[in-house]
Write a protein that binds this ligand. Structure first.
Ligand SMILES: [Zn+2]
Length: 60
């Protein structure tokens, strides 16, 4: 059941949406949104992708 007026628990609008590291598209509550996290220089890093395809393209 989807209620279009209810929040999905995250306040994401176009101004603060993450962008895909591969294609630069803003990611707005995309069901295919992927987040890759890793640690570099003892800091948590995060990269967003709009889909598995972009994640694989970026890695490739
Ligand atoms: Zn993308």
């Amino acid at each position: 059941m989807v209620d279009p007026t209810s929040s999905l628990g995250e306040d994401v609008d176009e101004s603060n949406a993450p962008t895909c590291a591969n294609c630069d598209e803003p990611i707005l509550n995309s069901p295919t949104h992927r987040v890759v996290t890793w640690v570099e220089d003892e800091k948590a890093r995060r990269r967003h992708f709009c889909s598995d395809e972009c994640r694989e393209e970026y890695d490739g």
